[in-house]
Each structure stands twice: as C-alpha cells, then as structure tokens.
Design a protein around this ligand. Sequence first.
Ligand code: CZF
Ligand code: MG
Length: 197
Amino acid sequence: MNELVIATKNEGKVREFREMFSKYGIEVKSLLEFDEPIEDIEETGTTFTENATIKAEAISKQYNIPVLADDSGLEVDALEGAPGVYSARYAGLEKNDQKNLDKVLENMKDVPTDQRTARFVCAVAVARPDHDTFVKIGTCEGHIAEEPQGEHGFGYDPVFIPQGSQRTLAEYTSEEKNAISHRHNAIIQLEEWLKNA
Ligand SMILES: O=c1[nH]c(=O)c2ncn([C@@H]3O[C@H](COP(=O)(O)OP(=O)(O)OP(=O)(O)O)[C@@H](O)[C@H]3O)c2[nH]1
Ligand SMILES: [Mg+2]
C-alpha cells in the first residue's frame, strides 16, 4: 500500500499521521485533499470507537476503498471524563481550540494539582470493502496544567502535561509527541496490518 485515505478534516491529525506513516512508506490523503468537497460526517456515537467506525465506514462505502479514521479526545478525571467524545465541540459547534481549552481551564480552576489527572484517547478504525471494520485504541496519561504553555501541536496540547514530564505537549517537538502520543499508541497496533496491506 502506498497511499492511505484518512477520513478527517483536522489538519493537526493529518500532519501527525503524515509524519508517523512516512516510516512505513505510506502517503496520507485526507478529506481536505479530495477533488470534490466532502460533506461533514455526523458523529452520532457515544464512544470513540463508534465515531471512528462511523467516519471510516462512511468514506470507505462511498468510494469503495480502504479508509482509516481517528476519533480522539481528552478525558479529565475531575470533570467526570469530559470533554471526552465531545472534545472538538466542548465550547460549541464552531470547533474552536482556544475556547475549548479555556473552558477546561475555567472548569478546573479550583481543582488541586494532584487531582488534575487526565488522558488523551485515540480510536483508529480501519474500514475496507468486504471486510469487517476493526478498531485499535491508544491512550496517553498525564495531567492538566494551570495555564497554557507552548506553540506546537493542536487542540488541548498547551494544557496537557504527559506523565513524568514538566512540559506541555505543545512544548514537545512533533517527533517527541509522535513517540508517546495516544495516536502513536493506537497506530503501533496497526503494524501487522500495515506490513501486509
Ligand atoms: O491537544 C490535542 N492533541 C491531540 O493530539 C488531540 N487529539 C484529539 N484532540 C482533541 O479532540 C478532538 C477530536 O475530535 P474528533 O476526533 O471528532 O476530530 P475533529 O472533529 O477535530 O476532526 P475529524 O477527524 O472528526 O474530521 C480534537 O478536535 C481536539 O480538540 C486533541 N487535542
Ligand atoms: Mg470530528
């Protein structure tokens, strides 16, 4: 396989998939690079697994090709798992990373350091014509910073400090993030399939 379609319109995800799949010699094509505009796929599931499956199967069926999709988000223990599957839409449907992150910090303002534990979760689904869809899940444990730091990455990266680190993920280089991220931890479980695909 030398090209894989990823059913996403999130440029941050596309960049990371492109970086991580390059070592397998696989080029990534996202929904942003199709000749015709692709309608938004409604994420009606209540779990990362369901939503990743919905996105992968929608595009796989429409174009009759193998497709990978990623549904991911941030689970904060002190917020009972929120924003969770609603991470992209936490502060509203407009999908504003800054507003989402501000809302997490605001909701966490009275939470002491030792209770700020959180994790990123990523479900990757692979849908193919005439095959059952399969899903792999990766996580990345850490805690929520008191204030945003760093310019790299996307989404909640400026407020997420991976376990054992003093820096936020937005202060990591892309190579450093791609070595420990939830997305990386999901993709490494695809290695067998990638080698044979
Ligand atoms: O700081 C972050 N670093 C990450 O590595 C990361 N991965 C996911 N997220 C957050 O979770 C939402 C996913 O929602 P999501 O899976 O529905 O994606 P999306 O709507 O942005 O794009 P699409 O793939 O659905 O087209 C994203 O928007 C982000 O807010 C991340 N934040
Ligand atoms: Mg989405």
